[in-house]
Ligand binder design. Structure first.
Ligand SMILES: CC(C)(COP(=O)(O)OP(=O)(O)OC[C@H]1O[C@@H](n2cnc3c(N)ncnc32)[C@H](O)[C@@H]1OP(=O)(O)O)[C@@H](O)C(=O)NCCC(=O)NCCS
Length: 405
């Protein structure tokens, strides 16, 4: 078994030895001393093709293998990461590993180490998905994220690398699939929101669940960057055989200041804590055409019961800057973002830091709006709203399976 300390030292990761140690003795025995066979140039080139990588990142990954001659510890780390993925594939919980990344200062190919590990899992993933009856095209679509995140890494750092192993874990564990425009992974409902449906007219009601500290506008008070709102209020919530009492959320996803009652004779619960759901993700690029999104939702509605019958999802949910209902006040009603929002029921989410919208729209989570020259109408809206003293937030979104048409 390769020596952990020697590998950590060779890769400049002694500070992160504890992270590296997780699972080392468990899987270390499988790590030979030579270059592992999945890191053969032809094997990597083939896996890169199967993962749909563009010519340039594929070539970078093949040529980078030369680094293994002078820095064999890179091969050991790639093999270790691959073993962790293959061994824990039945527990798709995000991986639980911090994936310490060696620096490009060590060798230009060093930050590619987990991209090799992903490619080393490609054959296994196709085989396992086939056992579930999942077509190769769907598996290949999910693997596009490797190329997307390599491009993103290069955009941010100016050289090639890949630092999203914790995310690709979901694809490799078989719990995340890209179906048309959108991605979905198996998850459970954790929001402090109870969802009810009217027994006769089908209306939904979302109630804030518990004693929560909210702002006057009905969003969470637990704000990272904005000051506490003195006009805030605390919610109440109760339930019993007669029904529920709580603060309902309006169409913009803001909780009402006053609680109201929902009789069990009229309302039934359709979503509560711990229920299985599909968590929707919106990959970058390609626009957000409403028809393509609806088509993707229809695919998800049919795909998951067929291939994951034990995960009887009760809703498709998401959390994102894209569901901040304030966007609808700044963008035209016919914009893709606003039309997309309208497909869902929105609810409050505790992250009011605005970091995600800064990262995804202004290019940097810490971007200073006063120093930016906005180029698109959305950037103008984001910057203008911040400069006017407003805040941006993430919001949650829910759509029930039978609302997907
Ligand atoms: C989701 C996404 C594809 C939507 O783009 P879209 O379909 O162009 O959206 P719209 O048509 O509603 O755009 C309206 C305006 O906002 C701009 N815009 C949209 N998304 C933008 C973004 N991420 N950054 C900067 N401007 C953006 C558009 O360019 C357009 O500007 P214009 O009027 O000057 O032409 C795009 O925002 C994106 O790729 N985001 C990154 C992925 C992401 O954030 N996912 C969510 C993770 S939680």
């Amino acid at each position: 078994m390769p020596d952990l300390d020697a590998v950590a030292t060779a890769l400049g990761l002694t500070d992160q030895r504890a992270a590296l140690a997780a699972g080392w003795s468990e899987h270390g025995a499988q790590l030979g001393e030579g270059v592992p066979s999945f890191l053969d140039a032809e094997a990597i080139a083939t896996a890169a093709r199967r993962a749909g990588l563009a010519a340039e990142p594929a070539a970078v990954l093949v040529e980078g293998l030369a680094a293994l001659r002078t820095l064999p510890a890179l091969g050991t780390l790639a093999a270790h990461a691959r073993s962790l993925v293959l061994a824990r594939r039945l527990a798709p919980d995000g991986g639980g590993w911090s994936w310490p990344l060696p620096s490009a200062d060590l060798h230009p190919a060093a930050p590619l180490v987990y991209a090799w590990a992903v490619l080393g899992c490609v054959d296994d993933l196709f085989a396992r998905n086939r056992e579930r009856g999942i077509a190769d095209g769907v598996t290949a679509a999910g693997l596009r994220d490797l190329g997307r995140w390599m491009e993103e890494y290069r955009r941010a750092k100016g050289h090639w690398g890949f630092d999203r192993m914790g995310w690709l874990w979901c694809q490799l564990a078989g719990s995340l699939h890209e179906l048309g425009r959108l991605q979905y992974n198996l998850a459970h409902w954790e929001a402090r929101v109870r969802v009810l449906r009217h027994r006769r007219d089908g209306r939904l009601a979302m109630l804030m669940e518990g004693r929560l500290d909210l702002r006057g506008d009905g969003q969470w008070q637990e704000v990272a960057r904005t000051p506490r709102d003195p006009a805030g209020f605390t919610t109440v919530f109760s339930e019993g055989p007669e029904g529920w009492r709580g603060h309902a959320v309006d169409g913009d996803g803001n909780a009402a200041r006053q609680p109201s009652a929902f009789a069990a004779a009229d309302w039934e619960q359709v979503l509560g804590r711990g229920d299985p759901v599909l968590f929707l993700h919106i990959p970058a690029g390609g626009g957000l055409d409403a028809d393509a999104c609806r088509e993707s939702l229809r695919q998800a509605r049919d795909f998951f019961p067929r291939h994951y019958p034990r995960h009887a999802f009760k809703a498709v949910i998401s959390i994102s800057w894209m569901f901040d209902s304030q966007l609808a006040r700044h963008l035209p009603a016919e914009s893709n973002l606003v039309r997309f929002q309208r497909l869902f029921h929105l609810h409050p989410h505790p992250d009011l830091s605005g970091e995600q919208i800064r990262e995804r729209v202004l290019g940097d989570a810490k971007a200073d709006p006063a120093r930016l020259v906005p180029a698109t109408s959305l950037q103008r809206a984001v910057v203008g709203h911040l400069l006017a003293g407003g805040y941006w937030k993430q919001q949650g979104a829910v759509i029930l399976p039978d609302e997907i048409v």
